[in-house]
Design a protein around this ligand. Sequence first.
Ligand code: MCN
Ligand code: CUM
Length: 803
Amino acid sequence: MGDMSELQQRELGLQGMGTSLLRKEDARFIRGQGSYVDDIKLPGMLFGAVVRSPYAHARIKSIDKSKALAAPGVVAVLTADDLKPVNLHWMPTLGGDVQAVLADKKVCFQMQEVAMVLGTDRYAAADGAALVEVDYEELPAIVDPKKSMTPDAVIIREDIADKTEVGHGPRTHPNHIFTWEAGDKAAADAAFANAEITVREEILNPRVHPCPLETCGCVASFNKATGYLTVYMTTQAPHLVRTVLAMLSGVAESKIRVVGGDIGGGFGNKVPVYPGYVVAIVASIVTGVPVKWIESRIDNISTTGFARDYHGVGELAADSQGRIKGLRFTALADHGAFNSHVSATKLPAGLFSICTGSYAIPNAYCRVDAVYTNKAPGGVAYRCSLRVTEAVYLIERMMDILALKLGVDKAEIRRRNFVKTEQFPYTTSLGWTLDSGNYEPALDKVLKACDYEGLRKEQAARRADPNSETLMGIGLATFTEIVGAGPTKVCDILGIGLFDSCEIRVHPTGGVIARLGTMTQGQGHATTYAQIIATELGLPASDIVVEEGDTDKAPYGAGTWGSRSTPVSGAATAMAARKIKDKAKKIAAHLLEVAEGDLEWEIDRFKVKGNPTAAKTMKEICMVSHTGNLPAGMEQGLNAVAYYDPPNMTYPFGTYLCVVDVDKFTGVVSVRRFYALDDCGTRINPMVIEGQIHGGLTEAFAVAMGQQIPFDENGNHLGNSLMDYFLPTSMETPHWETDHTVTPCPHHPIGAKGVAESPHVGGIPCFSNAVIDAFSHLGVTHMDMPHTSYRVWKQCHALGIDQ
Ligand code: MCN
Ligand code: CUM
């Protein structure tokens, strides 16, 4: 026993994987000592203020800078004409399109960047921006994507009007971007033709915005003497941005340094390269002094990185027992005026083809048609895993609709169609190989924990009670995620494969520094990567420093988005640590004068098998590795770099259950219970996971219950400030109950899958399913999000139950 506790103590002392180690970064954050981009103040720095278009679609007839230039503190005014000599008035997007850096002859969305005024302080710049006079000739705007490709539709992108493709295959209309499909259409059609039952529903994922607390911004600093460009910026992908900047500016990539610093939330909003960054960089190159650009809240919600705007049609074909035989999902994707949504080159609709969900569906076909409209560009952001939210929303809504039509319970219909545990690895009819899963036990655990039977009985009683003032709804989602982009054979951006990397240096006394190509925005990477290394190397997490986001320091990586840090960089971290451990083992064998095969690893040391006293701790080996007492020919040091190209994505899954009560008279929806069971394989830090689930569920609640960016028919924003846009506070946010199962990822070095986006992806359909379930006995099959009180009341009113 004494021995056991000694081992346990050593293990606990490491605070490695599986421990709820408090976040190392919080000591700084809770003291207000974070360093965000707006905290950076460089000598002589100028401030950029952007002049934005009041119109959604208009020609620019002229721009008069004279009044602005005469204003106190204004140093310069840049327009597209000023960027032309350096050929930077247009830039390539991560979606294969080009985007105007500053509007060139016309504007294509409201709040588009038209000019940047440089001032000696922020006020001077803003006052100057108000004095720039732009003469516009308004054009008709297209706001509804369904009207985008009509024969008489006005052409939005005249710059590419005669291009037959923009990155992703043939175009059929000047406002068409691409059509992308997956699966076997003929087989799916045949399944529908022969089906005993079919269901169809139009399902919208409205335009929303991730709205991180910190808006986007940068400080660009070009040193004319050395030719070095340093950009401090809000980015989730520093290395990719560095490559884009090199391609754009002609500055050698070795002379560009991108620094992420602390990031106040990203949620996908900080992946793309925005015009504001580029103009600030050009301005610094031209003036030779640092230039800062920081978005206002309204700028952020109106112009950078919105999400979704997927107008879906879901169809399922099944037999009379509810076994699904066919799936056809299509979506009309509104990408706004420029296709700047982030996607892998071969996957313009992201990972939408995960839409078969957790179910074994023999025949499936999906298609996405993307079009231009006069709205801000972007389209893939917001805790989404790249269109997985849209896919999962469709399939989880359609499962409910099918259950309703057949009169089969919604839990039962899911169970009947699950990919069975023994079927993994399972290749779906849309081509993904789900590496592992264990769906039924997860469902059972949740149904039991929430007393599903009891809830159903209570609901039946409520429905039978003519005096009940409330409706009761039960939502379920049994989702499968796909995260970890990704295998370089499937995924690249601008030709760069989506591998990731980690460099580890071990110091003589056992301290460690690890550098990665990912970029934390609040996910706790400084803590969790340290825990992986602690377990792998037997050195305490407290002495392991993790550094991200500085391209001069970290090896190349594709950044943090699509919950890829754990699946890709977490694996690179383990692999780099294992290279070090392999070398340490050789040193241990040399010191103990035994063969490597005679050694075994125990928590923090190599022991000689069968001789309990002969051992070398990792700490001892760290010191020795810096001496001359090494095996013949071995170099000093314990350093390693690993580049990791995952063999497959990872497929976390979960079962969520939500209970709501709907007030028939006011439409107010109260969330009585939300129970979330997640399976992300091996759990590195249970507390961090819990935090991620809470955050993702809160954002799911926001999207399902209140968020939307509406426009009028002229393309005017109708809600781009926090007065209108719903950002739930602790007052509105429901109480979350969490649970888990563990199904390790078979191809990941530590068995971990990503988790950060699961609660968002699974949470949104669960909320919708609960709200709509409250009305299901009244013949309602679907209601579009967001389920605001007014919209829910309108449904009650239409049914005449609000009296
Ligand atoms: N983790 C773990 N065990 C696992 C899986 C994950 O302990 N099996 C931990 C990781 O070590 C990491 C965290 O959970 O500390 C999230 O890991 P992962 O799922 O790999 O996701 P990423 O780190 O790649 O984060 C990206 C993801 C995305 S794409 C969005 S959007 C989002 C999200 O993270 N944005 C966030 N969560 C966010 N959380 C905060 N606070 N701020 C954001 O901007
Ligand atoms: Cu899709 S939002 Mo996250 O992948 O940065």
